[in-house]
Ligand binder design. Structure first.
Ligand SMILES: [Zn+2]
Length: 330
């Protein structure tokens, strides 16, 4: 568990400034940890929560063995509340926020702070967000809110404005590469993963752990089969309906994005999926840029629906996207 309480190395400055705030008793009562997915925001929030509850304020991170740390480790600390949707893509409901408000009103049972970690905070619907406002406006004694969000722009401005912003950015490539080298030995693979993850190292590592590259390779082969007429869009949709659709649509959109770039005569260096140049050039030669742009935007829109937790017929949606992909080449 201990390693989970350390932050990623490129967040050291942010950590130091928060520790400075804590030592001079200037900690805000609410923070918004904001940044693209996979840069380590949630890990930072967990490390900070543990550190603020730990008995040993002199250690750089939570000590991992005091009574408070033991409770945090066991997931039973009475002054730490994690708020997450029931399932990924589902909203954080008003009942959950009511529990947060109740929690924030009480005095800490262990005599220290009370910490609320909400992830992802943009999952609050309008009612939940309005309910939370009350607690943010009149926080209980020593309650600290850590709201984690990759899409803070979707949150109520009134929530955002009551939080101190902690911006999490993507680290420089050499820093990210060095960090990933501790998990992955193949440098070429690291480079490829970082491109696919938009430079976010933790996202890149997750993709590696989940075998995302193999899955992507499988999809590339399946698309080749589709273009050759070896498989129909309906069969393809059936085959892929149970995989992570947001990831699938993300790849399909990212390829189209590259096709658009090629169509507009962009530099080779701006092409993200450089391992697919042959397929991308083929598509670019077949379809007008305008058509590709439309399909890319619609693909991204469907992906957004999924991320927003919309109840879609995945198979039908994929059939539509694959059919239009096929239309590009015929
Ligand atoms: Zn401790």
């Amino acid at each position: 568990m201990k390693e989970n309480w350390q932050i990623l190395p490129w967040h050291q400055n942010l950590w130091q400034s928060l520790m400075g705030q804590e030592q001079s008793d200037r900690l805000a009562h609410a923070y918004l940890l904001r940044g693209v997915p996979g840069v380590g925001k949630f890990q930072f929030a967990k490390a900070l929560a543990a550190q603020l509850l730990c008995e040993h304020i002199e250690t750089e991170y939570a000590c991992g063995h005091c009574k408070e740390c033991e409770l945090v480790k066991a997931g039973t600390h009475p002054d730490l509340l994690f708020v997450e949707p029931d399932a990924a893509g589902k909203p954080i409901k008003i009942d959950q926020v009511r529990r947060v408000n109740e929690f924030a009103r009480k005095t800490a049972q262990q005599g220290g702070r009370r910490i609320v970690v909400m992830n992802p905070a943009e999952a609050m619907n309008i009612n939940s967000a309005n309910a939370l406002l009350k607690s943010l406006e009149e926080p209980g004694n020593n309650t600290v809110f850590l709201l984690v969000s990759a899409r803070a722009g979707d949150m109520l401005p009134t929530i955002r404005s009551r939080c101190q912003l902690l911006p999490f950015s993507v680290p420089p490539t050499d820093v990210a590469t060095k960090w990933l080298s501790e998990h992955i030995t193949d440098q070429m693979l690291i480079e490829q993963l970082l491109v696919l993850a938009g430079g976010a190292p933790a996202f890149a590592r997750d993709m590696f752990d989940q075998g995302a590259l193999e899955l992507r390779g499988k999809l590339i082969n399946a698309m080749a089969d589709l273009f050759r007429g070896d498989i129909t869009p309906v069969e393809l949709a059936k085959e892929w309906q149970n995989t992570d659709s947001s990831q699938l649509l993300g790849w399909l959109a990212s390829w189209l994005d590259d096709v658009v770039r090629i169509g507009l005569g962009a530099e080779d260096s701006s092409i993200r999926n450089r391992d697919l140049t042959k397929m991308l050039n083929y598509l670019s030669g077949k379809a007008p840029v305008k058509t590709v742009v439309r399909l890319r935007d619609d693909t991204l829109e469907q992906r957004q629906f999924i991320l927003d937790g919309a109840n879609l017929n995945i198979q039908m949606m994929l059939e539509g996207i694959f059919s239009r992909y096929l239309d590009l080449v015929i």
